[in-house]
Write a protein that binds this ligand. Structure first.
Ligand code: NAD
Length: 356
């Protein structure tokens, strides 16, 4: 088993270092190789995703990714910006299924903006299709309108589209994932208005015939956005398209209080995956040793589960993280009165100790 380790920029290097220490401590037989990505790669090689980094990622069974980006790169041409590295990896590895769990740990319920009773014990999984939809649909661009409300005016347009195989494969991923959880899938669409999402709904319903043991419900995206803040625990697995998933997964992440706690995975059809925290490179706290490494450590646990087939090791890490929270240790982003404030390295140390 080979893991490509791509720490990236900002807090990326600090948090990935802790996840690597945790992986090392498991004493499993895998090889880890580190490479530059994002702004760090641009500085050294003039490109955010150098050939060598892409080659390493392609050859590896899994990629452990930190974060990329910094405001100082905002003036670069778009293809050279750090964030392009993520898009390049997604495209080249065919990572079409994005897993974003939203778990509210017992000890952190107060950090949520919702009432504790609404989020205590929350454990939902949002599965977002990652390579299609209006984000990638062609044609797109700017032109002069020839019809519509203002013929002759400048306008911009994008194209929302999904093909049958794209919907089928993400639906299967969702039903399979639900089998390992509470066997309920909510497919989120806008079938009442959009042709693309009426088709989405029809195809998901067809695929569901192969999964009679899974309960399927369909929900419009506006209602899903409401239900996520009204009764989030009613969900188990949510599956949706690229744009709705982008928005709903961020909404769901906030239910849990801290973005520093949330892992994510992006998988292709051979279970090769890219694992990263849901947050960015946090330039405001980079280098201060205060970033929360738990989202990255939990991403490493997801990597063991989904790409490396090491369920037991994944659970060991998750149990260790819960133990550390139960001990009252908190990085500043999740700190509250009565708990002990620790830095990135101390948090990593505590997880290692709990593992042992
Ligand atoms: P961000 O997620 O980096 O930070 C948002 C806020 O959350 C900041 O106040 C930050 O300090 C805090 N935060 C984030 N992670 C934390 C952690 N582990 N522990 C404690 N606090 C944490 O988002 P942003 O500020 O909008 O973006 C910063 C840079 O990151 C930008 O260049 C952006 O493009 C990039 N970005 C990268 C990714 C990625 O690599 N996948 C994702 C989002 C943003």
């Amino acid at each position: 088993m080979k893991i490509a380790v791509l720490p990236g920029d900002g807090i990326g290097t600090e948090i990935v270092a802790e996840a690597v220490r945790v992986l090392d401590a498991l004493d499993l037989n895998f090889e880890m190789e580190t490479a530059l990505v994002g702004g760090a790669a641009y500085e050294a090689h003039g490109h955010p995703l150098p050939e060598a980094t892409l080659k390493l990622a392609k050859e590896a069974d899994a990629v452990l990714f930190g974060a990329v980006g910094d405001w100082k790169y905002d003036k670069l041409d778009r293809p050279l910006r750090p964030e392009q590295a993520i898009l390049g990896l997604r495209k080249n590895l065919g990572l079409f299924a994005n897993f974003r769990p939203a778990i509210c740990y017992e000890q952190l319920t107060h950090a949520s903006s919702l009432k504790p009773e609404l989020v205590a014990g929350l454990d939902i999984l949002i599965i977002r299709e990652l390579t299609g939809d209006i984000y990638f649909g062609q044609p797109r661009g700017k032109r002069v309108a020839t019809d519509g409300h203002f013929p002759g005016a400048d306008e911009a347009f994008d194209t929302m589209r999904y093909s049958r195989p794209e919907i089928e494969r993400i639906a299967r991923v969702a039903f399979e994932a639900a089998r390992k959880r509470n066997r309920r899938v909510t497919s989120v669409d806008k079938a009442n208005v959009l042709e693309t999402f009426q088709f989405w709904k029809d195809v998901v319903t067809e695929v569901h015939k192969d999964y009679p043991d899974i309960e399927l419900e369909h929900m419009y995206v506006d209602n899903a956005a409401m239900q996520l803040v009204k009764k989030p625990k009613a969900f188990d697995v949510i599956v949706t398209g690229n744009m709705f998933g982008d928005i709903l997964s961020d909404e769901a992440s906030m239910l849990t209080g801290s973005i520093g706690m949330l892992p994510s995975a992006s998988l292709n059809d051979s279970n090769q995956g890219l694992y990263e925290p849901s947050h960015g490179s946090a330039p405001d706290i980079a280098g201060k040793g205060v970033a929360n490494p738990l989202a990255t450590i939990l991403s490493a646990a997801m990597m063991l589960r989904f790409s490396l087939n090491q369920e037991e090791a994944a659970q060991r890490i998750e149990t260790a993280v819960k133990a550390v929270l139960a001990q009252g240790l908190r990085t500043p982003d999740i700190w509250s009165e009565g708990t002990t404030k620790v830095g990135t390295r101390e948090m990593g140390d505590a997880v290692l100790k709990a593992l042992a």
